[in-house]
Write a protein that binds this ligand. Structure first.
Ligand code: NAP
Length: 238
């Protein structure tokens, strides 16, 4: 079957919840064998009770860990990286270390994933990276997040050219309730979500399934490469 995930192997880097979990479950429901990889292998292993979903350890800030993952998993069809380490805050509060961690995790890490795994991608395969709405919306407090996500958009296009015919795309989510905003506190989170939903042309914030569906599209549309798909409710437009 062309352009489906039936009998394909999909490697998803991230945590056991949030957007990564929605991608793992959707890919599995479409017939893929799924490898969930992240820093906490035992947590990932216990998160899914399905022999078609296996767990592997990887730290995207460690090249030896990425190379070892590539050796263990062998050939794969699609690689998705959702890992991130956000550097939120105003310029005055930003620390060099936080910015470096953000770039290392979301820009350099996926680039190294592409380096070590691209020789093992089966024909028709792809990489899907993760950018984010603040690459395209410039509001104070998100400089570190925005420049990291902007760099992902660039890396996606560069890799699409260098790795061709392997396809490389990115997804840019808007605000999604994954637990990533829990640091705002219950009231702060509710107020922020209401504020974003009111401004979004679609009138709501997003769900992990909204994003997983876009990842599925990126993996299976064999005519799309070098694109960042904005799945953000239209937030940057308003
Ligand atoms: N949620 C949103 O509103 C939103 C908005 C825009 C963009 N995005 C992007 O969408 C993606 C998924 O978002 P999310 O909210 O589901 O998850 P998230 O909270 O951003 O989780 C990312 C996970 O990446 C893992 N990670 C961090 N450093 C790592 C490393 N060195 N190696 C491997 N894994 C590492 C961590 O899991 P462990 O602690 O288990 O290792 C972390 O929980 C991210 O790239 C995020 O930036 C999300």
């Amino acid at each position: 079957m062309a352009n489906t995930l039936h009998d394909k192997t999909v490697l998803v880097v991230g945590r056991a919840g949030g957007i990564a979990r929605a991608i793992v479950l959707l890919a599995r429901s479409q017939g893929a064998r799924v490898i969930a990889a992240g820093r906490d292998r035992s947590k990932l292993a216990s998160a899914y009770e399905d022999p078609g979903i296996s767990a592997e350890a990887v730290d995207l800030t460690d090249d030896a860990s990425i190379a070892a993952l590539a050796e263990r998993v062998g050939s794969v069809d699609h690689v998705v990286s959702t890992a991130s380490a956000r550097a939120r805050g105003n310029l005055a509060d930003l620390q060099r270390g936080n910015l470096q961690q953000s770039f290392d995790t979301k820009v350099i890490g996926p680039t190294m994933l592409a380096k070590y795994l691209s020789p093992q991608i089966n024909p028709g395969g792809s990489f899907v990276l993760f950018s984010g709405v603040h690459a395209f919306k410039h509001n104070v407090g998100y400089l570190g997040v925005g420049i990291t996500n902007g760099a992902v958009d660039f890396v996606t296009r560069w890799l699409a050219v260098e790795l061709a015919p392997i396809r490389v795309n990115a997804i840019s989510p808007g605000v999604i309730d994954t637990g990533a905003w829990d640091g705002l506190g219950a009231d702060g989170k509710r107020e922020y979500f209401e504020h974003i939903a009111a401004g979004n042309p679609v009138g709501r914030i997003g769900t992990p399934d909204d994003i997983a569906n876009a990842v599925l599209f990126a993996m299976t549309n064999s005519f799309m490469t070098g694109m960042t798909l904005k799945v953000d409710g239209g937030e940057p437009l308003t």
